[in-house]
Structures are given as C-alpha cells and as structure tokens.
Design a protein around this ligand. Structure first.
Ligand code: ZN
Ligand code: ZN
Length: 585
C-alpha cells in the first residue's frame, strides 16, 4: 500500500523526482531517472514521440495554446531541478554527455517559448499531416488500432488551427507562404491516404463513416488555415531575420559546438579561399582537356565557373533520376567493404521512394530512418521527383545534380553518410543520445564522409578498385564542399548582417558556383530556417580536427576503420563530447 501511494505521488508531482532528501549519486540512479525523463517528455511532445517510433501517445494532439505552453515550461523547470540533483562529476562519461544533452534540451525548450517565440512568427511549425502520415505508414500496430489513434487526433484538428491562428501575431511572410504550401501538400494525407486506409480497414461501417467525416472536417480546417496564412503573409511586416543576439543563442543550443557562430564563420571564410585556390589549380590543369579552343578568362572564378558548367552537362535524363540513384547504392557498399572503411550492417535495407507531398518544399533528397523505438522499420531515401517540372527548371536541377554531384549526394544522404550513421545510432542502447541527437554531428558526419570517400579513391566511373578519384571528380567535390562552407557564411550574413536576397544570389552564384535555381532555393531555405545551415560545416570541421588529433596521438597505430566505428559508437552526440571521450581513452 505504501509503495503504491509513493508511486502515485511521483506520478502526480514530478515525473522521476527522486524522493526528497536522498542524494541520487550513482549511474544506476541516473539511468533510471533518464528513462522516466524521456517517458514524460513524450507526453509533452507526442508528435515528436510518434516520429521517433514511440507510439503510446499517438492519440494525443497538443493544442498549441497558452495552457500547453505553460505546461511545457513547468515541465522544463521541474526536470531541470530534478536533473541538477545529480552531480555531473560523479557520472560515467556516457552519462555526462546525456546530462549535457538533457540540460541543453530543457534550456532550449524554455528559451524557445520565452525568447525566440517562433510560435508567434513561424506559421510552418503548425503541421498535423506529417505525424499522421507516419502513423498511417507504420507497421507497429494493426491498422484498425492506428486508425483509432488518428481519429482521436482528427477530433482536435479544428481547435489546433484555431490556436495556431491566435498565436501568429507576428507571422513572417516567408513562413506564411511555406505553411500555406505545406499545409495544402499535407491535405492529401487525409483525403487520399487516410481514405484508402479507412476502406482497407476492418472497422464497422459506422466507424468508417465517423472517421471519414472527421477527416473531411480536418481537410476543411487545413484549407482554411492555408488560405489564411497565404492571405496574411501578404500584409506581414515582421522580418524573418533573427538578429545577432537570438542567432548566437540559437547557435549555441542547436549546434553545441566548441566554436561560437562568429568563430566558425571566420573558419569558413578561410576554407572558402583555400577551396578557390585548389579549384583554380584544377581548372588550369583541366581547361585544355575539356575547353579546347576556348580562351581561358583572366578571372579565375569565371574560368572555374565555365569549366564546372561544362562538366555539369554530364547528367542523367529527368525520368532516370530516381533509378540512377538506386543503381549507385550497391556500388557504394562494395567500395566501402573493399577498402575496409567501416562496417555496414547488411540486415538493414534502404528503400528509395518518391518524396512524400507533406515534405515537399525544402530539400531535394533526404533520409527517413527508423527511430530508436522502431528498429525494424524501413529506412527510406526520399528523392524529390521531377514530374511536372518545366523543362528548363528540370535541366537546371539536373545540371546541379550532374554525374559527379549525384555520387556525392548519395554518399552524403545514404552510404556511408546519413543512412549508415543512423543505423549505428540506433544500436546505441542509450535512448537520450538518439532522441536528443545533435544535427551538427549528424550533418558533419555526412559531409565528412564525402571527403573521406574521395580521399580513398571513390569515383563511380572507376569501380571498386579505384585508387584515386579523377581531377574532375575533385573539382566537383570542392564545388560541393564549398556549398556547406557558403551555407554557413550565408546563414550568418543573412540573419545577423542583414544580407539581401540579391546579395545572397550574387554570392552563391559567383563564389559558390551555384546554378541560379539552387541559389534561389537556398535563399528560400535561409529565409525559413535559422542556424540549421551552419551545422554541416561546423560538424565537418570538428570531425576533421578530431581525426587529426587522434592520428597525432596514435601515430602508426591509427586505423581509419576503427576511428569511424568508434566515432559512431556514441550515438548522435555533439562532436565536442565525442572528442572528450575518444581522447580520454
Ligand atoms: Zn542537359
Ligand atoms: Zn545531410
């Protein structure tokens, strides 16, 4: 009886508080505290929970109003107090990282509500279709049961969008337009996919009818919200730029780097100049091969640009885009095995699919991996389709993702980039590092593997025995790497220094050699995201630095395969913490 009561009190007042007066000291205490912390976190963030494969709260939809925000703030405060009862110096290295990650998450979440206030200006954060699509596509429960969860969410969708409209007192035009587009795209989840699932289900005719009419009501709310966002975006005067103070704070929370934003931008600037120099040398070498009879311009950036444009003509036909990607995946696997670069788990299949409509509008290709609770789920490689694109637009896109860049894209997104990293991350038994994963580590790893594959000779044309990538491949790689370098410079320049759209397009097309279409797309992205564009280069820089440090320390004993596997074995933790662990061994 006593035990039961105690249990009840813990559940009511404080999610994993250790009873008062007892100083929790051991790693075992911390381990069980973490489990309770995450469990409660999912109740606060049910959509996030569904997306990582935790389905207990599938039937919850949080109405984004004052009540839920103050509930979230209470949660952050209580959990922070509870966390601070542990002395970090008494914890194991792995738990120290988790302590930092949880502390960062809690601070970030309350800063978001109180200072950043994206809920007042970012209309695109209100989106109900993504998590419903995931529940529909999941195979973790019988369809009928999943439909019951969806039904519970459907009932709340009108209230959800009402609250969203109330919140958006400072909506930016850019986020308004994005929200309109994504919300319209997501409506097909309810009208097509959900309808098909209802028909397929074993529910009674009455239940089917009920879900159907709730789904019609949901689509109507979404259409209304989309029209509202579109209309008000025209009248918006709120600048999407964060400004220095908010930007620097967001950088700290999101990137969790050993560098400040300003420092990494300075490093990016040095790297940019170094890449320009390397590319000039390759241009001098390759000009006579590819540009016979054409006078090389005096201006090296212009000459390099011309050569890149020429090499970009080598690309697949629009209809072959997806199949070309599919064909390369097994070649990458063979190369990595042959060169002994890292272990790849053959039991985890990768499925290439057309990008779902609700994801449209931001990136061209991306990975959807099963979350930490969903280890047997499919990993999807979402590829944006060129169906219905105007000829000119498709041509520009395909030149951007030409023969060379398409290979690098596959390395980055799939193998041994994101896909491989996430397979490793899912093996880490510790849930905190998986769910509070660090984007700079994740993107940094993908960007690092591009360089690493080329250093080891990867070049699709040359097969698995290739010893050296061609100078053409290197030139195009440098161009690609310049993209993450310039992403960093761009993001900071736009959000902190007030760079304009024209300046940004000029910068990206001239100094990063981008096609007009990509530069426009990047502008769109920088106007609806903040800091995220810095994670690529920051993570890359920190991983390259770490590899150098480990090499120096181990000398002849350094083994690249071991370095990679050890690096990936900690889960998606910030590189600065992985560094501490790897160097302390
Ligand atoms: Zn062409
Ligand atoms: Zn990436």
């Amino acid at each position: 009886m006593k035990k039961f009561l105690l249990f009840g009190i813990v559940a009511v007042m404080g999610y994993g508080n250790i009873s008062a007066g007892v100083m929790p000291a051991t790693d075992a205490d911390f381990d069980s505290w973490k489990v309770r912390f995450i469990e409660h976190m999912w109740e606060i963030y049910p959509a996030w929970a569904s997306s990582v494969g935790y389905h207990k709260y599938d039937n919850l939809l949080i109405i984004p109003d004052e009540t839920s925000r103050s509930h979230e703030l209470d949660f952050c405060k209580q959990q922070m107090d509870s966390l601070h009862r542990f002395k970090i110096e008494n914890l194991s290295p792995g738990n120290k990282i988790d302590y930092h990650l949880i502390e960062n998450q809690l601070k970030y979440a309350s800063w978001n509500i109180k200072e950043l206030k994206a809920w007042q200006w970012d209309a695109s954060m209100y989106n109900v279709s993504g998590s419903v699509a995931e529940i529909l596509a999941g195979n973790y429960q019988p369809l009928d049961q999943r439909l019951q969860s969806i039904k519970a969410r459907l009932e709340l969708i009108p209230a959800y969008y009402d609250a969203a409209k109330q919140n958006l007192v400072n909506m930016t035009a850019e986020h308004g337009l994005l929200a309109a587009e994504q919300t319209k795209g997501g409506m097909s989840v309810f009208s097509d996919e959900l309808e098909a699932a209802i028909q397929k289900s074993g529910l009674s005719p009455e239940e089917k009818k009920e879900i159907h009419s709730l789904s019609v009501q949901a689509v109507a709310s979404m259409a209304e919200f989309a029209a509202w966002a579109q209309q008000f975006s025209g009248a918006s005067t709120h600048d999407f730029r964060l400004g220095e103070e908010l930007y620097n704070r967001k950088f700290e929370f999101e990137i969790q780097s050993g560098y400040t934003a300003e420092e990494i931008v300075r490093i990016a600037d040095v790297r940019k100049r170094d890449l320009h120099k390397k590319m000039t040398q390759l241009t001098l070498q390759l000009w006579p091969v590819h540009m016979k009879g054409i006078t090389m311009p005096q201006d090296y950036l212009t000459a390099t640009r011309m050569l890149i444009d020429k090499l970009s003509e080598d690309h697949v036909a629009p209809g072959d885009f997806q199949s070309a990607i599919e064909k390369q995946i097994p070649d990458l696997v063979k190369f990595i095995e042959k060169k002994n670069l890292l272990y790849l788990d053959p039991s985890k299949p990768l499925v290439v699919r057309k990008e779902p409509a609700y994801m449209a509008g931001v990136a061209g290709a991306s990975i959807n991996a099963p979350g930490p609770y969903d280890k047997n789920g499919n990993t999807y490689y979402n590829v944006g389709s060129l169906d219905g694109w105007e000829k000119e637009k498709a041509e520009s896109y395909l030149r951007e993702y030409n023969k060379y860049i398409l290979q690098i894209l596959n390395i980055h997104e799939a193998i041994p980039g994101h896909y491989t990293q996430l397979v490793y991350a899912n093996k880490v038994p510790d849930i905190v590092k998986s769910v509070l994963g660090n984007n700079a580590m994740i993107e940094g790893w993908a960007v690092y593997t591009e360089l690493m594959m080329l250093e080891n000779g990867y070049d699709g044309d040359k097969g698995v025995n290739s010893k050296e990538a061609s100078p053409e491949m290197w030139l195009m790689y440098y161009k690609w790497n310049l993209r993450s370098v310039c992403n960093t410079i761009l993001d900071y320049s736009v959000h902190v220094k007030g760079m304009t759209e024209n300046e940004a397009i000029g910068f990206l097309t001239r100094e990063a050699f981008q096609q007009e279409a990509e530069a426009r797309g990047k502008w769109r992205r920088v106007s609806v995201t903040q800091v995220q564009l810095c994670c690529y280069f920051t993570g890359f820089t920190e991983i390259c630095n770490l590899r150098d440090e480990v090499k120096r320390k181990q000398g002849k004993a350094f083994d690249l395969k071991k370095f990679h596997e050890q690096f990936l074995s900690y889960g998606s933790a910030p590189v600065k913490y992985i560094r501490e662990m790897m160097l302390s061994k």
